[in-house]
Design a protein around this ligand. Structure first.
Ligand SMILES: NC(=O)c1ccc[n+]([C@@H]2O[C@H](COP(=O)([O-])OP(=O)(O)OC[C@H]3O[C@@H](n4cnc5c(N)ncnc54)[C@H](OP(=O)(O)O)[C@@H]3O)[C@@H](O)[C@H]2O)c1
Length: 308
């Protein structure tokens, strides 16, 4: 095992690897290949698995369930997260839907409980008291241990949180070297350039203040699923810098791009979506990278950013 960096998610006591395996793309794998991927994750200390009922309309959870049967990994060695709330390209946070959807997720994955359940995308029709009733019921029935959100701004988090008896532990948000809105804005306060635009209401600082783990999704993508920036000829300066720094640490650029996110002292996780066991093993080779402040900023600048 060569990767041992763990995170206490939202300081809830849920201990998970800082690198999580996202399963959004798992539907294209055979059951056996999916099992091999899950086993590779576990072999490299990656015990955190992120799914959603919306991925492949349930098929990603089904595939993960099939993989778990083959890989036969003891349930208590894994931290399993899934998400709820997306229905046919709209959102539904009603009590009935949350409860029914979780029952479906449990069945598809073939597990008795979910470690962490996230509300997938904010629903303007949400009624916090209804969400609270659903969460409490699921928690009391032993079906879900912890709760969080995804793609929420601070006011939306606060709106749900004030109705809940339990603390929200995580917010899953898009963040990569090439998608840094939550960072840029904090450094361009009161300026008039494009980096000063507040896209998310200060979610980075809010999450730190409220002990919520940010789970960075699509850590290797630029734009909204436009493509991978690693070794992409569109970004020569960034890739030169990444290769130089990765070589210095005797590691690789995939691990470095994850380490850059984890260098932000916010108790973060990085949710990677590779379906390639070799690439997953490369990403897990992260612990030898100890980025200096200068290196962190050098990568930020090489990605095309500036400071006031
Ligand atoms: N909460 C949300 O709204 C939300 C939205 C999107 C995603 N997510 C979560 O985040 C997870 C990760 O998302 P993602 O799959 O977009 O993340 P990603 O890790 O940025 O992208 C992975 C994809 O990039 C490809 N890739 C090509 N070259 C690569 C390289 N050098 N390094 C790494 N990957 C390379 C991978 O292909 P190979 O398989 O060939 O490696 C794979 O198809 C998802 O599985 C899901 O769990 C959450």
């Amino acid at each position: 095992m060569d990767f041992l960096q763990y995170v206490n998610i939202g300081h809830s006591g849920l201990n998970a690897s800082a690198i999580g395996l996202g399963l959004m793309r798992v539907t294209k794998k055979s059951d056996a290949d999916a099992a091999q991927l899950v086993a590779t994750a576990i072999d490299h200390g990656i015990n955190f698995f992120d799914n959603a009922d919306a991925y492949g309309q349930g098929k990603a959870e089904e595939k993960f369930g099939a993989a778990l049967k083959i890989a036969a990994i003891p349930r208590d060695r894994m931290v399993i997260q899934t998400k709820v709330g997306i229905v046919d390209k709209r959102y539904d946070f009603s009590k009935e839907h949350i409860i029914e959807a979780v029952n479906g997720s449990l069945e598809r994955m073939g597990v008795d409980y979910i470690d962490s359940l996230l509300l997938h995308r904010p629903d303007p029709l949400m009624e916090p008291d209804e969400i609270a009733e659903a969460f409490l019921q699921l928690h009391n029935q032993g079906k879900v241990r912890q709760f969080g959100v995804s793609n929420f701004n601070p006011m939306q988090v606060a709106l749900v949180q004030q109705a809940l008896p339990m603390k929200l532990i995580a917010n899953q948000l898009q963040l990569s070297i090439m998608h840094t809105g939550m960072i840029d804005f904090g450094m361009h306060t009161n300026m008039t350039d494009s980096h000063s635009v507040d896209h998310d209401g200060g979610i980075l600082e809010y999450s730190r203040l409220h002990d919520m783990t940010i789970q960075a999704w699509s850590p290797y993508q630029y734009g909204f699923f436009e493509g991978v920036f690693i070794d992409n000829p569109k970004f020569p300066e960034l890739n030169r810098k990444l290769h130089d720094i990765a070589a210095k640490y005797g590691s690789n650029v995939n691990a470095l791009a994850a380490a850059w996110i984890l260098r932000i002292p916010a108790n973060m996780q990085v949710i990677v979506g590779t379906m390639n066991p070799e690439r997953l093993a490369e990403i897990a080779d992260i612990d030898r990278i100890k980025l200096t402040r200068q290196e962190w900023y050098d990568i930020y600048f090489a990605a095309g950013n500036n400071l006031p």
